[in-house]
Write a protein that binds this ligand. Structure first.
Ligand code: MN
Length: 194
């Protein structure tokens, strides 16, 4: 099926002053759109994949009968599409706390503060472009780690819950090289946690 940009349930300026409107607009209409377009260009060549959800394509990617070039394109652009779709979804101008997730985070990482610190440290030390993830791993446990580029946790059968985009395109217009300021501001628009 043809992939498309998800509709944003908020305006580009909804996250001011934490994330500026221009960054949101470029990020969504240019960067995310490009991942969608390049993913569709590959999927158009493989109609056998049309009925398969993108998450499932990711989980099975290494076993699919595709050229290495097409696998790489799906990994990059399919990952880019999935990652950004989740990113828009977990942010909101209004908090919408997920109490069961909060309880589980406390049980796994000790406290919300310890989780936030761990996640923030991962964001600070990730070299180059990539994402910080809170996932449910294949043993159903919560785990925090970084992945490079647009690699999706689904590639290793993990389910992403929270993802933070630390590519420079996510913050450069407002924060330039000050990634730590962007990360600190971003917690304010993550709707799941207080
Ligand atoms: Mn991005």
């Amino acid at each position: 099926m043809k992939q498309s940009l998800p509709v944003l349930p908020y305006a580009f300026d909804a996250f001011e002053p934490y994330i500026d409107a221009r960054t949101m607009e470029v990020h969504y209409t240019k960067h995310h759109q490009t991942y969608v377009d390049k993913l569709n260009a590959v999927l158009d060549k493989h109609h056998d994949l049309a009925a398969m959800p993108l998450e499932e394509i990711m989980m099975k990617l290494s076993k699919l009968h595709l050229s290495d070039a097409d696998k790489t394109a799906i990994r990059n652009h399919g990952g880019g599409h999935l990652n950004h779709s989740l990113f828009w979804h977990i942010m909101s101008p209004q908090k919408d706390r997920d109490e069961s997730l909060i309880t589980e985070i406390k049980g796994t990482f000790g406290s919300l503060d310890e989780f936030t610190q761990l996640f923030t440290d991962k964001a600070a030390t990730l070299f180059g472009s990539g994402w910080v993830w809170l996932v449910r791993n294949d043993k159903k446990k919560l785990e925090v780690y970084t992945l490079p580029n647009q690699d999706s946790p689904y590639l290793t059968d993990h389910t992403p819950i929270i993802g933070l985009d630390v590519w420079e395109h996510a913050y450069y217009l407002k924060y330039q090289n000050r990634r730590a300021e962007y990360v600190a501001a971003w917690w304010n628009v993550l709707k799941l946690l207080p």
